[in-house]
Write a protein of this length. Structure first.
Length: 259
């Protein structure tokens, strides 16, 4: 417990005194916990984890290391107790059409997607479409969406940075393995088609520019997560939606939805 606590404190760059003040404790008590001279209560473990913004999965790991049972359950999205969640997510995705939207877990496995996403998968290799689908593989694999992404280098850099930030916040061997895999993918030849530059990029966000149906569609990605999750699985879910970045993309998607 002490070693894990010190690792999280170091990651957050918080001193023992600062953590003690936040958690209504003392620097001496925090020091005793970290050196193994004192065993914190379950309440104290959860309080320290909260002030260190420790991910839900890792909070369970802290509790186990301190000799307590896990506090947060980890249920599959297919569990009957998750019916309301699944139905709500499906309504959200359907309501967002014709614009693309999907739900992924902590390792970017696609748990649900709408028709807007399905339309973009034209030309993706069959082996990438076999369950479980992985959003990072679908996007960055040379036989996935990558050859049709006009600003691939920029978009690839954005996705790898996103994964790198996640890895800095949590210990996840599957996520690390996925990062190493997709970072090693060779960049497919663009044939001079990669035309996006800093001048072409909207000032508010980096778009994903992708060829589809003889057009270049441009999307801005947004990601939503759940506030105050009480389940490990739910804490790692992310809903990604793609907004048209220009009127031409909005008009093209409107046309697709009517066809």
């Amino acid at each position: 417990m002490g070693t894990l606590l010190r690792e999280w404190r170091d990651r957050r760059r918080i001193s023992q005194l600062e953590l003690a003040l936040r958690a209504d404790s003392s620097a001496r008590h925090i020091s005793f916990i970290e050196t193994g001279r004192s065993r914190p209560s379950q309440e104290m473990v959860l309080r320290l984890a909260d002030h260190l913004d420790v991910p839900v999965r890792e909070r369970n790991a802290l509790l186990i290391a301190a000799g307590y049972a896990p506090h947060y359950p980890e249920r599959s999205v297919d569990d009957p107790s998750m019916n309301a969640l699944r139905e709500s997510l499906e309504r959200l995705l359907t309501g967002y059409e014709p614009f693309p939207a999907l739900v992924v877990d902590g390792t970017y496995q696609v748990l649900a997607a709408n028709g807007g996403i399905t339309a973009l998968l034209e030309g993706v290799a069959d082996h990438l479409l076999k369950p479980p689908l992985n959003a990072m593989r679908l996007t960055l694999h040379p036989e996935g969406l990558a050859p049709r992404i006009r600003n691939l280098r920029e978009w690839r850099g954005h996705l790898l940075d996103q994964m790198d930030r996640q890895l800095a916040l949590m210990r996840s061997s599957p996520l690390r393995a996925l990062y190493d895999e997709v970072a090693a993918y060779p960049l497919p030849g663009t044939g001079g088609r990669e035309t996006a530059t800093a001048g072409d990029t909207p000032p508010f966000a980096l778009p994903m520019m992708i060829e589809h149906g003889g057009r270049v569609l441009s999307f801005i990605s947004t990601i939503a997560t759940f506030n105050t999750p009480m389940d490990v699985t739910v804490s790692e879910l992310a809903i990604e939606t793609f907004l048209p970045a220009d009127p031409e993309t909005a008009a093209a998607l409107g046309g697709f939805s009517r066809s």
